[in-house]
Design a protein around this ligand. Structure first.
Ligand code: DP6
Length: 326
């Protein structure tokens, strides 16, 4: 059987940085995110008796050997779970606009998990699917459920899973992704997390997380942008403080990143309700409400360092489609 799934990337308000179990990708802390409408992966999987190896292909790009291996390991986990040893053909495509510069690992492993099990003829619960997506890339588990998503760190592979806090149409937020450098990041998140224990700030970060998670949940419950924006900026800056104090230090920002962070603070003083958050790279995500989307985009036109802007609405989770890629 052939199956195709689409899955969104996501942006975390409370970030995942560091693993308690690197093999099982059990995180050091729980996290909360929103799925993104403008950055999706589509993947078709077919298990075929005629194949004598897995065939993995990405349209409009090339997979490195490392990336191919990661997909093959994902297929191995599906084969093991369903008790089958047939090889598979996998074709995948990202709808990330050119220059998004972000690796599509969250959307990629979410789409692979959903399409892979469907192609193997096995229906998993959403919870179990999130645990399989997590084994490919931690943040991928947050790309399976709808809209606003909580990833509970858990204590085992079965309990480290994600669920929807609110559907995508619950609150009309925007994630305005500001591209200031479209090249791939130099240090991947997986590599970057390996040295997290070298940061003297990690202990403080982990102690602060439970209260931040509670504040973030309250912000979502109340649809309170000020509260959500403040806690998101706080957690983003804290994660980057940990990154920057690791040995060797991880410095993901550039001049344009800093310029935009400062501009956001200035715009807020002028009355525009917008906040920033940044993942493991120089590009900046601006969080605002739908009715301020145009004002934020207009402001960004005055900053020459901005290469491009991608406007994301809150999106649904991973889903099956019958539009196959082969
Ligand atoms: C900074 O999920 O990409 O974006 O589990 O090693 O694949 P691996 O890491 P990944 O890490 C994402 C880190 C982050 C913060 C976040 O999205 O929570």
């Amino acid at each position: 059987m052939k199956a195709t799934a689409t899955a969104p990337a996501n942006i975390a308000f409370i970030k995942y940085w560091g693993k308690a179990d690197p093999t099982l990708r059990i995180p050091l802390n729980s996290s909360i995110s929103m799925n993104l409408s403008g950055a999706q992966t589509m993947t078709t999987v077919e298990f075929l008796d005629a194949l004598d190896t897995d065939e993995v292909r990405i349209l409009d790009g090339v997979f490195s050997e490392k990336e191919t291996d990661r997909v093959v390991h994902g297929l191995d986990r599906i084969r093991e779970r369903v008790g089958r040893d047939t090889y598979a053909r996998v074709v995948t495509k990202n709808t990330f606009p050119k220059g998004a510069g972000s690796a599509a690992s969250a959307s990629g492993f979410a789409a692979l998990a959903l399409a892979g099990f469907a192609a193997a003829g096995t229906t998993l619960s959403e919870k179990e699917l999130t645990t399989f997506a997590r084994l490919g890339s931690g943040s991928a588990c947050r790309s399976i459920p709808d809209g606003y998503v909580m990833w509970e760190k858990g204590t085992s592979s079965e309990t480290s899973s994600a669920y929807s806090l609110y559907p995508h149409d619950y609150w009309d937020l925007r994630d305005v992704l500001v591209i200031v450098d479209s090249r791939m990041k130099k240090v991947s998140t997986s590599e970057g997390m390996e040295t997290i224990q070298t940061s003297p700030l990690l202990v403080k970060r982990l102690a602060a997380i439970p209260e931040r998670l509670a504040r973030c949940k309250r912000a979502l419950e109340e649809k309170n942008l000020t509260l959500l924006g403040e806690v998101s900026e706080e957690d983003c800056l804290d994660m980057h403080a940990v990154m920057q104090s690791q040995n060797p230090p991880l410095l993901y920002w550039n001049d344009a990143t800093r310029e935009i962070m400062e501009a956001v603070r200035r715009w807020r003083l002028e009355g525009l309700r917008v906040y920033f958050t940044i993942d493991a790279g120089p590009n900046v995500h601006l969080i605002c409400e739908g009715n301020d989307e145009k004002a934020v985009a207009q402001k960004l036109r005055d900053i020459p360092a901005v290469e491009s802007v991608i406007i994301n609405k809150p999106a649904g989770g991973a889903r099956l489609t019958d539009q196959h890629l082969f």
